[in-house]
Design a protein around this ligand. Structure first.
Ligand SMILES: *[C@@H]1O[C@H](CO)[C@@H](O)[C@H](O)[C@H]1NC(C)=O
Ligand SMILES: *[C@@H]1O[C@H](CO)[C@@H](O)[C@H](O)[C@H]1NC(C)=O
Length: 442
């Protein structure tokens, strides 16, 4: 089944060129669907191209670790990681640590009382019962040796789920960057929907932090996704020069072949056009940590009215060397985006966004039931709706302060919404999300 049928009644004259071409093209191979991979006919030529690409991005492993979800984690020597294939990073010296961590600004007592008085304390606001989420592959027990970094191996199936080899690991380019002039720098349209908080545009920003509740929203169609992340942006959406650094968790059947929430990173320096990619799927991000695999499943995940799990992400610019570092959890450094990758961000960011994004492809003319966050609206609150807490900004003096004067946006609050608030323990925070399709969101 699936082999290309060849007519048996070819005139003899045509047989020779046919035989010759067969020598080169060989026969067609059938790749069967495993989970989200569609059954497809793949020419051996295409398979060869895919393998060539995979050989380039999958680096030789010192050891290999198998995760219960089927992921293969390769422990790759630091100097062999994909980042260093970037033409601008040929002679790059890998930084072990940033020159300094952002300082936490300590508010004096009066200020704190003033801030705390703004909002009534919410119920269940204590962080008791909230736990940090870790990664599923750690249950294997084997660790990556010192001097190596764990990298999720890409498979032929991963590539076959993408629209093309070119599209693999890239963000879908949004053709229309036209946005409402009062909206922040999000690329709406093409089915992308958001529920986000964002800072004013006139600010110079050197980083951002937040603790993000982790859920496993359901995705209706393989090419839709649901993510919760931080965006650090500079440049303009109207031109082709937007610089963006992004990190958080995402559920993307197309990218990963399953419906688990996974830690991800993303960068671009030209408005999602030619540069940048997810995770380590192209040269760029330099990983320094040997415990965290970018693109690996986060575990455990929060449950409705049950245990809540969250991840803390910090992105900031090293004031001396200009690299943009990523921190995970309390004090773990994951790695950095070298300053060389960027234009505007080589200086500073002009906006930060926090929140959720989904793709709704309106299959059959209806809003799909792809969920954002936990799949529940913001007003359901703790344990039911997903949250971002302790939203913070890194200032020009490399200090962390609570994000003040944020605005919020959701394109269609009948599908997904957001509600922000402030208190002492969770600082600036918000609940967000929704179910997508419902009677009010047809
Ligand atoms: C994915 O494949 C595995 C075995 O290959 C199977 O056990 C599992 O049920 C499949 N999951 C989905 C969502 O189809
Ligand atoms: C851990 O990974 C190794 C190497 O792939 C594999 O042989 C082993 O079965 C895995 N162990 C567990 C407990 O999953």
């Amino acid at each position: 089944m699936g082999f290309v049928e060849r007519k048996k009644s070819f005139p003899a004259l045509l047989l020779l060129p046919l035989a010759l071409s067969l020598l080169f093209l060989e026969r067609f191979t059938v790749i069967y669907a495993l989970n989200y991979t569609n059954y497809k006919q793949v020419s051996s030529l295409r398979l060869k191209r895919i393998h060539r690409h995979l050989d380039k991005i999958n680096k030789p492993a010192v050891i290999t670790i198998e995760s219960p979800d089927g992921d293969i984690i390769d422990c790759v020597h630091k100097r062999k990681q994909p980042a260093l294939d970037h033409p601008l990073l040929k002679n790059h010296k890998i930084q072990r640590v940033p020159s300094e961590m952002p300082r936490v600004k300590v508010m004096n007592k009066e200020e704190e009382e003033e801030e705390g008085g703004k909002e009534p304390k919410e119920m269940m606001m204590s962080n008791e019962g909230v736990k940090g989420a870790w990664q599923l592959w750690h249950t294997n027990g084997t660790r990556c040796p010192k001097g190596t970094v764990p990298i999720r191996r890409s498979t032929v199936h991963d590539v076959l789920r993408a629209k093309s080899l070119f599209d693999f690991g890239k963000k879908q380019r949004s053709l229309s960057l036209a946005r409402r002039s009062d909206a922040p720098d999000v690329v709406s349209g093409k089915g992308h929907e958001h529920a986000i908080a964002y800072t004013g545009t006139s600010q110079e920003v050197y980083g951002a932090k937040a603790t993000i509740n982790v859920w496993d929203p359901s995705i209706q169609l393989v090419n839709e996704f649901s993510l919760s992340q931080i965006w650090v942006l500079s440049g303009s959406f109207d031109g082709s020069d937007l610089n963006s650094i992004e990190a958080g968790w995402q559920v993307s059947p197309e990218l990963y072949g399953d419906s688990r929430p996974r830690l991800f990173t993303y960068w671009t320096s030209d408005s999602y056009q030619a540069t940048g990619c997810y995770n380590l799927l192209c040269a760029g991000f330099v990983q320094t940590n040997n415990r965290i695999a970018i693109g690996a499943a986060i575990s455990p995940v929060s449950s409705y009215a049950g245990n809540q799990y969250d991840i803390t992400i910090l992105i900031w610019k090293d004031p001396k060397l200009g690299n943009w570092w990523m921190g995970f959890g309390d004090n773990t450094l994951v790695g950095y985006w070298p300053a060389e990758l960027f234009t505007h961000l080589a200086d500073h960011a002009t906006m930060v966004e926090w929140g959720g994004e989904v793709v709704n492809s309106r299959a059959n003319g209806l809003h799909t039931s792809t969920q954002m966050g936990s799949g529940h609206f913001a007003e359901d609150g703790f344990g039911k709706a997903s949250y971002f807490r302790n939203l913070e900004i890194v200032d020009s003096d490399n200090s962390l302060t609570s994000a003040q004067a944020i605005s919020i946006l959701a394109e269609n609050t009948n599908c997904y919404n957001i509600k922000s608030s402030y208190n002492n323990e969770w600082g600036t925070h918000f609940y967000y999300g929704g179910p997508g399709n419902n009677p009010q969101c047809p």
